[in-house]
Design a protein around this ligand. Structure first.
Ligand SMILES: [Zn+2]
Length: 323
């Protein structure tokens, strides 16, 4: 039984690989760009990058890449048989069995795959902000929104393994188009990508005049980070926009409360940098949007303990469990 495992969180832009001990201690870390090269078979370019990461992490510890259990957290709908069935944010790997490809490339029979947000949920449940909590939902705000549902102490996987695709709950019929092919999905409003989109829209509509001024007067140059920075400086129009994102976040959370009666949300992912303003707004609006809010025990919304590492941390748990 190995004392360490490697977890790789394969995102749409970066692949974060961690070597983690059984007690959750991180002993190695490596970040690479996720390739989007065409001209390879599905997932081949991605596999190549992960192979390099595994070799490097193992070499540092004097371990054989064939011996260490590996978990992959993948951004899309993971079938229980390990195939990445649908991955709008990593289209070059869509349909691939990355676990099998990696296992063959490394001569390693202990490679296991899970949806990235499910991985993050497992990590927070085992070691982090969801520890000891039997009913909570992890919401990762990145380019899109990922989710993991823990009910009665167990991760809910659903019939095919696709449960927790909460980013594609429709919150605005006929709303903004989404990479999934639908419209008005929650992730088009409350994620990092959603903030970016709302920023662009507000800048072009003249609702961010002072922020635009800071960006050479060109509304097309305004990025989500500019709004976050301006809001931190107390610029009213930027604060208003982040509160709007908080409202959209609360709307989705209220829908989840209606279905699951969960009492706790763990918020992770790259938008956490904006969380100082978005989360307090979301908590406030949640009280207005949840049915019978006052009749329920308190509903808490906290940030994840491991931030952008959650997915890779949880992928190691999948590896430990599988091996
Ligand atoms: Zn969608």
């Amino acid at each position: 039984m190995s004392d360490v495992a490697i977890g790789v969180d394969v995102g749409g832009t970066k692949a974060l690989a961690l070597m983690v001990a059984r007690d959750g201690r991180v002993v190695g870390e490596l970040k690479s760009q996720t390739p989007h090269d065409e001209g390879f078979g599905a997932g081949e370019a991605t596999t190549k990058v992960i192979v390099e990461q595994v070799h490097e992490l193992c070499e540092r510890q004097g371990l054989s890449p064939a011996q260490v259990p590996i978990g992959l957290g993948l951004p899309g709908m993971m079938r229980r048989d390990g195939h990445l069935a649908f991955a709008p944010n990593l289209q070059t790997a869509s349909g691939a069995d990355l676990g099998a490809q990696l296992g063959t490339a490394l001569g390693n029979s202990s490679v296991f795959c899970e949806n990235d947000a499910n991985c993050a949920t497992l990590a927070e449940h085992e070691w982090g902000a969801g520890r000891g909590i039997r009913d909570f939902v992890m919401v990762t705000l990145g380019t899109g929104i990922g989710g993991g549902v823990v009910a009665d102490g167990q991760l809910v996987r659903g019939r095919s393994g696709f449960a927790g695709e909460i980013g594609h709950m429709v919150v605005e019929a006929k709303g903004a188009p989404c990479s999934c092919g639908g419209r008005g999905c929650w992730e088009r409003y409350a994620s990092g990508g959603g903030l970016h989109r709302l920023t662009r829209e507000a800048a072009l509509e003249g609702r961010l005049a002072s922020v635009v001024e800071r960006c050479d007067g060109d509304p097309k140059k305004v990025r989500a980070e500019d709004v976050t920075a301006a809001a931190a400086d107390g610029l009213e129009e930027a604060v208003t926009l982040l509160r709007e994102v908080g409202w959209w976040l609360a709307l989705g959370l209220a829908n989840l409360v209606a279905i699951l009666d969960c009492g706790h949300f763990v918020i992770g992912g790259g938008l956490s940098s904006a969380s100082d303003l978005v989360l307090p707004a979301a908590r406030e609006y949640l009280a207005e949007l949840v049915e019978g809010y006052d009749a329920r025990p308190a509903i808490t919304v906290t940030t994840s303990m491991f931030g952008e590492r959650s997915g890779a941390m949880g992928a190691t748990l999948v590896a430990f469990e599988g091996a």
